[in-house]
Write a protein that binds this ligand. Structure first.
Ligand SMILES: N[C@@H](CCC(=O)N[C@@H](CS)C(=O)NCC(=O)O)C(=O)O
Length: 232
């Protein structure tokens, strides 16, 4: 059984979707990041950077003792290995999938995250920061749109790369990005949304999400999410 440390946010959804699509048995452990659950000592042993998602697999692929992992990109690769699904084995196709997974982890996620922070969450609106991250967000949507030209999925078959990108693209409305400008992304986004496994992952702990899922954090959450002393 896999213990899945989760809260419904884009990085959390990636792993929720993968677990559902791969039909791996798991037990969800809520980590309320708006109330500081990521800063407990017990959670820090699984995720030294105090970020969710994380997993602890009590029947790991190497047959050894319980294995804990943080960082959504690595968790996705681990789950793909465990299930034997959704990540190509052939070497060239695998490197290509690695490239797009790295792109999501290092560009699409962080830039949309910063755009969301400065455009939606920050109480002080800083035009330079909003403009900088908005340009990056639109550039990355364009990159994805070009990649999806004539393709059903980001790599040849549906894979953990799609599962990694979709939960960030789903933020398009709150980020005020018009998907009509990115028709290939729109088609891909809608196609994936119709998948029952993806839908189950996206709906995990739906009851704790705000109604629209994208409201700014309340004042208590701001203290945990944005107000921590970095060297305490
Ligand atoms: N690179 C990490 C990022 C994880 C991450 O930033 N998680 C956010 C939620 S999407 C979090 O735990 N935030 C808690 C905080 O900022 O204190 C991953 O991909 O797993």
């Amino acid at each position: 059984m896999i213990d899945f440390y989760f809260w419904p946010t884009p990085n959390g959804w990636k792993v929720a979707i993968a677990l559902e699509e791969m039909q791996l048995p798991y037990n969800v452990v809520p980590v309320n990041i708006g109330r500081g659950a990521q800063f407990t000592d017990a959670f820090a042993r699984l995720s030294p950077s105090h970020r969710m998602p994380a997993i602890e697999d009590h029947e790991p692929v190497d047959g050894g003792g319980p294995l804990s992992l943080a960082e959504s990109g690595v968790i996705l690769r681990y789950l793909a290995e465990k299930s034997g699904r959704f990540f190509p084995l052939e070497r060239r196709r695998r490197y290509e999938a690695e490239q797009w997974l790295s792109w999501q982890m290092s560009q699409l996620g962080p830039m949309l995250g910063q755009h969301g922070h400065f455009a939606l969450y920050a109480k002080e609106k800083i035009p330079y920061a909003i403009d900088r991250y908005r340009r990056e967000a639109l550039r990355l949507f364009k990159v994805l749109d070009l990649r999806l030209e004539g393709r059903e999925y980001i790599c040849d078959d549906y894979s953990i790369v799609d599962m990694a990108c979709w939960p960030w693209v789903v933020t398009y409305k709150s980020q005020q990005i018009d998907l009509a400008a990115f028709p290939n992304v729109r088609r891909w986004y809608d196609g994936l949304k119709a998948r029952p496994g993806l839908r189950r992952g996206y709906d995990l702990l739906r009851e704790v999400r705000s109604k629209r899922g994208d409201e700014a954090p309340d004042d208590q959450a701001r203290v945990y999410l944005f107000g921590q002393d970095p060297v305490q």
